[in-house]
Design a protein around this ligand. Structure first.
Ligand code: ADP
Ligand code: ASP
Ligand code: MG
Length: 405
């Protein structure tokens, strides 16, 4: 008998009919002789709705209360899934993250999993029951509910698979697997059969929301092999694992787009040692994660610093910087939100030259201006105009020979 963790995302449990279909898939897996732990998300849109309601009350909600609120969505779907299973004659029990033994640190809204005490889940499995666990949530040492950041049910599934030493971990979603680009944007995107953790992590952290990036990091660290596949059919999906044969032969594995970034320009500050340190200390103190950074050549003793921050943090960044402008020798802060980051990712870049040139040529050919550029060993990212990013992604996808025939 093997043990399988199956995670069902928001669209897969989007309404009662879909929840019944999910229950039927779990029933089939059990009928094949497997033990099943299912991790479910909130119905698609519910987490956003809950957040919007809090925003109607306040701009700066307490993060503890946001966790209490956001975790509600998953509690609805675990109960409905367990009921649907019981209706099919399968004995099933639903567990919140805390009841499933998921212990986290104290950081509300982006908690880290510290340990999983799987005894209660084990006991249910031993008794022959299916266990339905609420994704996205755990509890801290005081028993308070915490959540893992948006898309965090992926992390719940992978961490539970690791703790239970599951034989398989399957992430069911609304697409057939991981594609060379978001298939909703690039219709010629191809499904990837196998992808390495490194490439999956770069794609996820560059905006490919098919997997939460933290969950991929966790899987890599704990060597959890998982499959991303569709809950709407029985096609094979994408296997994510350590090594993929002939990895380096493919120069660009995929293209990712991130629309959730904003650009901050701090201009006319003193071009002297310590200016950049001050600016980024202010960002760090405000808890803002800075992504791309560009400093222009200083002229006449003044310099400009440009960087990107998460879209939700633009106001916070501006408010944090304004009071220290004087200390930086005057200057202005300006924020631009109508931008997007486009990235190409591939392990093969390590051994191929000319990738940047090809990327820039493809963008030039469709008239897309490049604003900022950063590179890492297996990724090149550019910031472009948000209105042009979809077209840019399609052009780059074609240029690197990724289009499906
Ligand atoms: P779930 O609710 O199941 O977690 P998500 O909406 O979080 O699903 O992730 C699935 C979505 O990710 C797809 O519908 C697709 O539009 C998007 N996506 C972005 N990049 C990719 C990619 N490279 N491959 C597949 N899907 C992608
Ligand atoms: N419901 C949460 C979200 O929308 C977690 C998840 O779906 O993975 O972010
Ligand atoms: Mg998701």
């Amino acid at each position: 008998m093997s043990r399988i963790v199956q995670k069902f995302g928001g669209t897969s449990v989007g309404d009662v009919e879909r929840i019944k279909k999910v229950a039927d898939r779990i029933r089939l897996t059990i009928k094949e002789g497997h033990e099943v732990v299912a991790v479910v998300s909130a119905r698609a849109g519910v987490t956003n709705e809950l957040i919007a309601r809090a925003r109607e009350i306040t701009d700066q909600p307490s993060e503890r209360e946001m966790d209490m609120l956001m975790s509600v969505g998953e509690q609805e779907t675990i109960a409905l899934t367990a009921l649907a299973l019981q209706e099919l004659g399968v004995t099933a029990v639903s567990f919140t993250g805390g009841q499933a033994g998921i212990q986290t640190d104290k950081i509300h809204t982006k908690a880290k999993i510290q340990a999983i005490n799987a005894a209660a889940v084990e006991e249910q499995l031993q008794a022959g029951n299916a266990v339905i666990v609420a994704g996205f949530q755990g509890v801290n040492e005081h028993g308070h509910i915490t959540t893992f950041g948006r898309g965090g049910s992926d992390l719940s599934a992978i961490a539970i698979a690791s703790a239970l030493k599951a034989d398989r971990c399957e992430i069911y979603t609304d697409v057939d697997g991981v594609y060379t680009a978001d298939p909703r944007v690039v219709t010629k995107a191809r499904k990837i059969d196998e992808i390495s953790y490194d490439e999956m992590l770069e794609l996820a952290s560059s905006g490919s929301k098919v997997m939460q990036s933290r969950s991929v990091e966790f899987a890599h660290k704990h060597n959890v092999v998982f499959e991303v596949r569709s809950s709407f059919n029985f096609n094979r999906g994408t296997i994510v694992k350590q090594e993929v044969p002939q990895m380096e032969k493919v120069v660009v594995r995929g293209v990712a787009v991130d629309r959730d970034q904003a650009k901050v320009i701090v201009s006319n500050i003193k071009d002297e040692p310590g200016s950049a340190a001050k600016v980024f200390q202010v960002m760090a103190d405000a808890g803002i994660v800075v992504d791309m950074i560009v400093q222009n050549v200083g002229r006449n003793g003044v310099a400009n610093l440009t960087f990107t921050v998460p879209l939700g943090d633009t106001l916070k960044a501006q408010q944090a910087l304004e009071p220290c402008l004087e200390d930086l020798g005057g200057g202005q802060v300006e924020v631009q939100e109508n931008i997007a980051k486009l990235s190409v990712v591939g392990v093969g870049m390590k051994t191929h030259s000319g990738v940047a040139a090809e990327l820039f040529r493809a963008l030039a050919d469709v008239g897309v201006n490049i604003d900022l550029i950063t590179t890492s060993e297996i990724k090149i990212s550019v910031v472009v105009d948000q209105d042009k990013v979809d077209n840019a992604a399609r052009a780059v996808h074609t240029a690197f020979g990724l289009d499906a025939e």
